[in-house]
Write a protein that binds this ligand. Structure first.
Ligand code: ADP
Ligand code: MG
Length: 728
């Protein structure tokens, strides 16, 4: 009987390429074709409805019932021309994925026929049975109602299946009593907070024409692809998203021949189809390439407004998954699917942009615009400095723990990289020479020089969790499977908070009679000096940095249960409440959900590990051992002298040692899991899973990987790393 592993190898070797249907060689022919875009709205809405939606998007104005009916009807008509039969509110509950519940347009009529209907009320609000989404105790079962509410700022789109077409309406998801149960609701609030204060700062100090600002986000998405046949033969990948076992391949990424290398043909077919589907949905994918590890790839869209960028990223992950199936592939979005091989991240490129078209994090050409740049640049540094622990918490998850702080990924220590040129600019700013210069004239500070030097774009540091990259900050520590909303909620809230403090500080100086420019510079210098310790230009992956960071008093929080604590400190509660992002109840609930989710993930891993050890690893080891024992017996019976089969004897013993170890530690794993489950307090339970359960994985894994290395290849039934990573 051949095992799944060998059947999978055969399947993979027999794969042929899948034909991709490309609508047109000109992307603009079909870009946005599945989106209720501005063009579609103009076509399908009357003037009143169109303008109402536009002002809802631009100014957040409410849409009344009459207009909602018109919009719904137009949307339905547009969707039906595309063969759509159903609609759904599309939302992002705290499970981490997206949720949909489909309703048909069709409605039976009294005369025994039916019509297609979509009322404004169904567009604006829905009440999915919400009791089975994570809610952290926010909803008692007797009032298990939550509702979804339309977010007009993210356009509706059509999801296509092989045999279905569904109109998806992006929505927020809140409890009946108004608490957020999703990512989008608090995100919109955080964006609102930062956008308001950016407008305030810009219009007060730099440009009266600034009446609107937005935070921008471009998400680079890393992922692995493995063949579906191998995936299906690895219960650990299927159930936990990562390999719990697996001996490192003889060839890994040490040759560094994968990065930017030729994309294998099958993978390219997948990428092409995936891009076509994204373009139809208006996801502006720009780049595709191989990543550092074998089997690892990356795509990146053009940046968009944060809320839209996140919806698009959530959608993109979904599309990726569906397209992969057609190509016999499986996408792995886990941060660390393979131990010992590079992990995956989701780099969040973030900036602030005004309605006047100015990127506030792009150095300007004149001293005046440079002062504006320095304002937002230094305030970001200060915000990260003041709230580093919160930023760390925003990217914490069981899966990202494998990446942060491991040797080949951004460290769990939050720091900011700005490059040598800007470091020099900031140092000049606070040097005594600059002080003297400032006294005589407000423009003598040499900041005009910034644009020229900055053209040198090679000043990069791939080891920093939060790096300035020329005209934006790149938050690189976000995990590949995460919803970026968590990181963006925190980043935009701390920025809003920081800018408010800045405004207060500068206004106080101005009130005392200081000139505006001098006041701003004075405050910025103070901020720079007081937040300097968060700046680090060296190798973030090295041990030296760990020691240095400790000396500087920077946190290095390695595990999720501990990192999450930053969310519920009195300071954080005040911060989120002051900026109208989360109230205390919401924060407490979210904290609980995240701790609970950590527990669930480790618990599942523990169960899968125990299962694999018992039903795969030990039987394979025993089988090989039996073969060896039989060999020894026959050699002995034949009178062969013992020294001639000492190797077999030694192997039998080693196998026994490993089997005993695996057996013993698997029992321990089961009992520690049991014990941990009995702990009442969620945080303490998560800590037990983290420190008592999880470390046992390594012991079992090491023994298993040794066995995999030594036993006969045919007897090993789980696809090996070399197969998962190299057979394409
Ligand atoms: P890299 O060298 O890091 O690949 P890119 O210029 O290609 O840099 O940018 C990577 C991502 O950053 C892309 O998604 C891009 O759209 C995004 N990006 C560029 N400028 C901005 C900006 N001003 N705000 C937000 N994201 C941006
Ligand atoms: Mg980048």
């Amino acid at each position: 009987m051949s095992s799944l592993r060998f059947k999978a190898i055969e399947t993979v070797l027999n794969r042929t390429s899948v034909k991709v249907n490309i609508p047109s060689t000109v992307v603009s022919d079909y870009y946005n074709s599945r989106v209720f875009s501005d063009a579609a709205m103009k076509n399908f809405l009357d003037k009143e409805a169109y303008e109402a939606v536009c002002s809802a998007i631009k100014h957040g104005e409410k849409i009344d019932r009459k207009v909602a009916n018109q919009v719904a009807s137009g949307m339905k008509n547009w969707a039906m021309t595309h063969g759509v039969t159903h609609y759904t509110h599309w939302f992002q509950p705290l499970t981490g994925s997206t949720a949909e519940k489909h309703d048909a347009f069709f409605e039976p009529t009294e005369d025994g026929r039916s019509i297609e209907k979509f009322a404004g009320s169904a567009l604006v609000q829905q009440e999915p049975d919400a009791s089975s989404f994570p809610n952290g105790g926010l909803r008692n079962t007797f009032e298990a109602r939550g509702y979804t509410a339309w977010d007009p700022s993210s356009p509706a789109f059509i999801m296509e299946g092989e045999n279905s077409k569904t109109l998806c309406i992006p929505t927020i998801f809140v409890s009946y009593t108004g608490e957020a149960l999703d990512y989008k609701a608090p995100l919109l609030k955080a964006l609102n907070a930062v956008e308001n204060i950016v407008v305030d700062v810009c219009s007060s100090y730099f440009d009266k024409n600034v009446t609107k600002a937005l935070a921008s986000l471009g998400i680079e998405q890393e992922y692995f692809l493995v063949d579906a046949a191998f995936y299906n033969a690895r219960p650990d990948l299927m159930l936990t998203g990562r390999t719990l076992l697996g001996h490192l391949p003889e060839k890994g990424q040490q040759l560094e021949d994968h990065y930017f290398g030729t994309v294998p043909p099958r993978i390219l077919d997948f990428m092409v189809e995936f891009e076509v589907e994204c373009y139809k949905l208006g996801i502006p994918l720009k780049t595709r390439h191989n990543e550092v590890a074998p089997g690892q790839f990356e795509c990146a869209p053009n940046f968009e407004e944060v809320n839209l960028a996140i919806d698009h990223n959530q959608l993109l992950m979904d599309v990726m998954d569906k397209v992969a199936v057609k190509h016999g592939l499986k996408v792995l979005l886990h941060e660390k699917p393979f131990a010992g091989v590079n992990g995956s991240g989701k780099h969040n490129n973030w900036s602030l942009i005004t309605n006047t078209g100015v990127n506030l994090l792009a150095p300007g050409k004149t001293p005046h615009t440079n002062l504006q740049f320095l304002t937002f640049f230094i305030n970001t540094i200060k915000a990260v400095h003041n709230h580093a622990d919160l930023l760390r918490a925003s990217i914490a998850s069981a899966s990202n723990d494998h990446r942060l702080g491991a040797n080949e990924a951004p460290p769990a220590i939050m720091s900011v990289f700005i490059g040598t040129q800007l470091t020099r600019v900031l140092e000049d700013l606070i040097s005594p020479k600059a002080k003297a210069a400032l006294k005589t004239s407000k423009t003598t500070i040499d900041i005009q020089k910034i644009p020229e030097i900055l053209l040198d774009n090679t000043d990069r540091n791939r080891t920093s969790p939060f790096a300035f990259t020329g005209n934006k900050f790149e938050f690189r520590a976000v995990g590949s499977s995460a919803n970026s909303a968590n990181a963006m909620i925190v980043l935009n809230t701390i920025m809003a908070e920081q800018l408010k403090l800045f405004k207060t500080d500068v206004d106080a100086q101005i009130k005392k009679g200081k000139k505006k420019e001098d006041a701003i510079l004075e405050i910025l210098k103070g901020y720079y000096t007081s937040s300097k310790k968060i700046l680090f230009e060296g190798n973030g992956y090295g041990d030296v940095w760990v020691k240095e960071a400790k000396k500087r008093g920077l946190s290095n929080i390695k595990t999720t249960p501990e990192a999450l604590n930053a969310y519920i400190t009195p300071a954080s509660k005040k911060l989120f409440a002051d900026n109208n992002v989360f109230d205390v109840r919401e924060l407490d609930a979210r904290y609980d959900i995240m701790q609970e989710s950590y527990v669930k993930k480790i618990d599942i891993e523990a169960k899968v590990m125990a299962q694999l050890a018992t039903s795969h690893v030990i039987p394979a080891a025993v089988e090989y051992q039996t073969k060896l024992a039989a060999c020894i017996s026959s050699l002995k019976a034949a009178g062969v002298q013992k020294s001639l089969y000492s190797a077999q004897l030694e192997m039998v013993q080693t196998i026994s040692k490993h089997i005993n170890n695996i057996h013993e530690f698997t029992k321990k794993l089961v009992s520690e899991t049991e014990k941990a489950h009995h702990i009442e307090d969620t945080h303490k339970r998560a800590l037990a899973f983290c420190h008592k359960v999880k470390p046992l994985f390594d012991v079992i894994r090491n023994a298993s990987d040794d066995l995999e290395f030594m036993i006969e290849d045919d007897l090993w039934k789980l696809p090996k790393y070399r197969e998962l990573l190299f057979i394409k």
